[in-house]
Design a protein around this ligand. Structure first.
Ligand SMILES: NC(=O)c1ccc[n+]([C@@H]2O[C@H](COP(=O)([O-])OP(=O)(O)OC[C@H]3O[C@@H](n4cnc5c(N)ncnc54)[C@H](O)[C@@H]3O)[C@@H](O)[C@H]2O)c1
Length: 317
């Protein structure tokens, strides 16, 4: 069994990744400064003797390096970030600090301590608009936000360090992740968490545009499994893969699933399309299957049913 250091452990993806690793029997060192994460997300993890949470800022020089030197993990899963595209546009300097400078500090901690593997939370945002669908990893990268640019630069920074200093870097390009613990209060949150809250409160939703815009929605429990594979699977070499399902779901279909489960909630209202909204985003999952042995298992219908019912996510299934 391995010891994995997870940055952003109290966040949405980080807490599910932590729970998954613990369920597999791994030891997890959690790091978070609770900027957007919540300690409650780790209620279950904190019961485990194989888990500890360290409250620190990964962008503070020396802080993470000292912890990595003390803990000597087998792998680092780096998820901590400024996660909102809109916030990166409003505050590009903070985006640079949290999304690129912090990555440099992770690379440096891995180099100095001899960590064997670094898994990085990249994003479909590195592709920007206009890539041919489904998007393959080799597609041209044209990020259109400071967030996407920092994720792309972070991939290169880590891969270059890994090649030079001898650690394996796995970059995970997540598409639209959804599931329990995603914060619906944030105006930047994913559409599924916003729909789930609105329907749960008996309120209708507004669809901007014709509702035919599509996304590749991947369940957080699948993402957690993909992260665990990237961190622990023996024999992996460096690389970057899409973490997606390869299935497109339109916003209209999404609203239809919610409406069927909440027949009393008013039908969706329609409003004009918002400028800048991407029309389609669909990933090609083949490389993740070939390189990581990862295939998403949860359909949107199953994932939504679980989310709506509030039933516990079964791990390792
Ligand atoms: N949710 C998605 O659909 C999605 C898609 C693509 C990429 N990502 C990436 O996945 C990662 C996790 O995102 P999430 O959706 O779970 O968001 P989240 O906000 O729930 O998690 C991020 C966590 O990082 C922590 N954090 C932020 N800055 C920190 C710092 N300086 N020091 C220590 N901890 C810090 C936050 O408190 C939070 O717990 C991020 O890197 C994000 O960019 C997410």
């Amino acid at each position: 069994m391995a010891k994995i250091l997870v940055t952003g452990a109290a966040g949405f993806i980080g807490s599910h990744t932590t729970d998954f690793l613990l369920a597999e029997g791994q030891t997890v060192v959690g790091v978070d400064n609770l900027r957007t994460g919540r300690r409650e997300n780790l209620d279950s993890a904190l019961q485990s003797p194989r888990f500890a949470l360290h409250l620190l800022d990964v962008a503070a020089p020396g802080a993470l390096a000292a912890l990595v030197a003390a803990e000597r993990p087998d792998a680092i899963v780096h998820l901590a970030a400024l996660v909102s595209v809109q916030e990166s546009m409003a505050n590009p300097a903070l985006n640079f600090s949290l999304n690129l400078h912090a990555t440099q500090l992770v690379a440096e901690a891995a180099r100095v301590t001899g960590v064997g593997r670094v898994v990085f939370a990249s994003s479909a945002a590195i592709y920007g608009d206009g890539a041919e669908q489904p998007i393959r990893e080799s597609a041209e990268k044209r990020p259109v936000s400071p967030y996407g640019a920092a994720k792309l630069a972070s991939e290169d920074l880590l891969l270059g360090h890994g090649a030079c200093y001898g650690f394996t870097v796995r970059c995970q390009r997540y598409f639209n992740v959804y599931g329990p613990r995603q914060d619906p209060a944030s105006p930047y949150s994913g559409v599924i968490s916003i729909f789930a809250r609105r329907y749960g409160e008996g309120k209708g939703v507004t669809i901007y545009g014709d509702g035919r815009q599509t996304r590749d929605f991947v369940a957080v429990r699948d993402v957690a499994r993909a992260n665990a594979l990237a961190a622990t699977r023996p024999g992996l070499v460096a690389g970057s893969v899409n973490i997606c399902t390869g299935r497109a779901t339109s916003l209209g279909e999404l609203a239809g699933i919610f409406s069927a489960r909440h027949p009393d909630v008013p039908a969706p209202a329609h409003a004009p399309a918002r400028p800048g909204d991407i029309r389609h985003s669909l990933g090609d999952p083949a490389a993740a299957a070939a390189e990581l042995g990862f295939t998403a298992r949860t359909t949107v219908a199953e994932g939504l049913a679980e989310l709506i019912a509030g039933s516990p996510v079964s791990l390792l299934s």
